[in-house]
Design a protein around this ligand. Structure first.
Ligand code: HEM
Length: 191
């Protein structure tokens, strides 16, 4: 998480300079680190629920919610989005709709947007993996160490860093439906 945070700081600077090659290369580092985080979670699933109790008893009131790395990452996506929006979109009179649909050319702005989407998706995948780890280790309905129900974490799983990047896809799909019609001829029905 520390490496991701430091790399995002560099990415922010390169976004402001519109240095797309650097942005893409550094995002590859971020994505790779996220994949490593996700991959490592399964190792903890080899620990039995009984054995985990030994750890849990010693955690006291400590909780993942206090993770400095995680908290920093939760603060960083907004500045990153602002830099992208200012320098890749607003400055050029572009919008998400234009780069994905009406003026789609697979431009630098589009490629950078997809790197942001990948970051968002992998973050959600970590949250999902971690949730499965909790199910496996302490169970679904149990109370967390702070006394908050585990279900609260599921709200986090619905939280998108960059909602606009996900909304554009639904928007485009709805539009296609309206253009092409939603009904199609039955297969093999007519000769
Ligand atoms: C068997 C292992 C684990 C269990 C049973 C577990 C359980 C939990 C539970 C119950 C919570 C709910 C919040 C709370 O208790 O205050 C939580 C939150 C959290 N855990 Fe874990 N965890 C485990 C391993 C990990 C690992 C390996 C990481 C990081 C590498 C991690 C990172 C976090 C983070 C960042 C949160 C806060 C999430 C949020 O606020 O959205 N946990 N964990």
């Amino acid at each position: 998480m520390k490496l991701i945070a430091f790399t995002l700081l560099d990415i922010d600077e390169y976004l402001q300079q519109e240095n797309t090659s650097r942005v893409i290369t550094l995002f590859r580092r971020v994505h790779q680190t996220q994949r490593m985080m996700i991959g490592q979670v399964t190792l903890l699933e080899t620990m039995s629920p009984k054995e985990y109790q030994e750890i849990r008893k010693k955690l006291g009131n400590g909780s993942g919610q206090e993770s400095p790395g995680f908290r920093v990452l939760l603060k960083m996506y907004q500045p990153i989005w602002n830099s992208f929006k200012t320098h890749y979109l607003d400055k050029h009179g572009l919008t998400i709709e234009k780069i994905y649909d009406s003026e789609y050319t697979h431009s630098d702005a589009y490629v950078v947007a997809e790197s942001l989407a990948e970051f968002d998706e992998l973050f959600q995948k970590f949250r999902y993996e971690h949730m499965q780890l909790i199910h496996r280790t302490i169970g679904f309905g149990s109370k967390s160490l702070k006394g908050r129900p585990v279900e609260i974490l599921e709200e986090g799983m619905r939280h998108k860093f960059f909602p606009e990047l996900w909304e554009i896809r639904s928007h485009m799909t709805d539009k296609w439906g309206a253009e092409y019609g939603v009904k199609r001829d039955p297969l093999g029905g007519h000769h």
